[in-house]
Design a protein around this ligand. Structure first.
Ligand SMILES: [Zn+2]
Ligand SMILES: [Zn+2]
Length: 398
């Protein structure tokens, strides 16, 4: 793949008109806007249908009628967010080119309009904004990591990523347990939320029957550990099934035949993650006769080893990002960040600009998720536009 460096991009594309660079499929800016809008309406609602389905699955609870309506309302709003961001790229470029800049430059072509269109995040309710920012910050970290790797400054490997995930999980679970003591809890999207630290104390005990009075759950420890493991194992497998079967929905028998043992990996990771965490926490509660948020450190660290069953760079970094999110929300509560500052929204705009810029200019190191996201939301238009950029650059290169 071709890297669009600042020099080559500006040499090849700088003096282009918007119709030849941004919307090569039509000469008129108005037509380009409407066709983008149409593609993005379809793409955005398709994309969010999948997102909401997975979120509902991850909750592992049945939804009531009222909750279904609420989810549907949120789905409609998320769709508006997606289609605004997707469709405004072309229009903003046409406007910026005509009003402010006489040339397309490396920073003002993608980075600037995509940072501005990030403001559409206001269509999402505040608690969802936090989750979206978490995801995007995580993707920026992934992008930086990939860039460093490409420059030869570090090397990624499943073993190293597992270690990062284990260390991250230890600190993150500790922060989550501390966060549960606060009245205002930080909205987090994680495999599971550890329970509040139990105040009850009792005698230390041996064996593995029943439960310790200090355990932060009601049922016998063994049930508690196994139930969590089975549940998350199921969720992991269901997610893999969806991913494998949905693209082949028209040929379900073929899809089912293509299921392999490797499809259990995600289930083993999810199930193992919660299972080991609960097991270690229960063992410590039983041994000491009291519960403590500090147990999250060894429990989270060991649970993180389950990540080895299904390693991936974005997930490896996720506990670190979420820890930063909790720390940020504590800083807010303590008044260290001024209340009027829309930090979440600004951060989102910045991340979106950086990532979409990476998608167009540095495809090789752009996180896979962003490439898929832009492809789906714009119904392939993003790839068309990017391909036109690269074509121009290739032509200009000697
Ligand atoms: Zn135009
Ligand atoms: Zn227990």
């Amino acid at each position: 793949m071709v890297e669009a460096s600042k020099f080559w991009f500006e040499k090849a594309c700088g003096s282009s008109e918007c119709k030849s660079l941004i919307h090569p499929w039509t000469d008129r800016c108005c037509d380009a806007t409407t066709s983008m809008l149409w593609h993005c309406i379809r793409g955005s609602y398709k994309f969010y249908a999948m997102v909401y389905l997975i979120q509902i699955l991850m909750r592992g609870k049945k939804l009531g009628k009222k909750e279904i309506m609420e989810q549907f309302r949120l789905y409609l709003k998320s769709g508006i967010f997606g289609l605004t961001v997707g469709s405004s790229f072309v229009t903003l470029n046409c406007i910026f080119r005509k009003l402010f800049f006489s040339e397309f430059s490396y920073y003002t072509t993608v980075l600037l309009p995509c940072t501005v269109s990030g403001l559409a995040v206001y269509f999402e309710p505040p608690h969802r904004r936090v989750l979206v920012v978490n995801l995007f910050v995580n993707l920026v970290f992934e992008y930086w990591l990939r860039t460093l790797e490409m420059k030869g400054w570090l090397r990624r490997s499943p073993g190293r990523e597992t270690l990062i995930f284990m260390l991250g999980s230890a600190i993150f679970f500790y922060c989550m347990r501390r966060d549960r003591e606060n009245e205002k809890r930080t909205p987090l999207f994680w495999f599971f939320t550890p329970p509040k630290v139990s105040k009850v104390t009792g005698e230390p005990m041996t064996g593995f029957k029943g439960k310790s009075p200090a355990c932060p759950h009601r049922e016998p420890c063994l049930n508690y550990v196994l139930k969590g493991t089975a549940q998350l194992f199921g969720v992991g497998c269901a997610m893999t099934m969806l991913r494998t079967i949905i693209p082949k929905i028209l040929t379900p028998t073929k899809a089912l035949k293509s299921l392999k043992f490797s499809h259990l990996r995600l289930g083993i990771f999810f199930g193992g993650y919660i299972g080991i965490y609960r097991l270690v926490n229960c063992l410590l509660c039983r041994a000491h006769g009291k519960d403590s948020s500090l147990y999250a450190l060894p429990a989270g660290f060991l649970a993180g080893a389950a990540f080895r069953a299904s390693p991936s760079t974005p997930i490896a970094l996720a506990p670190v990002t979420s820890t930063l999110q909790i720390l940020g929300s504590w800083a807010y509560q303590k008044g260290m960040i001024p209340e009027g500052l829309p930090l979440v929204e600004l951060l989102y705009c910045l991340c979106q600009g950086i990532l979409f810029h990476a998608r167009v200019m540095h495809e090789d190191v752009c996180p896979r998720y962003i490439i898929n996201l832009m492809h789906t939301v714009t119904s392939n238009k993003a790839d068309e536009i990017q391909a036109a950029f690269i074509q121009k650059i290739l032509k200009a290169m000697p």
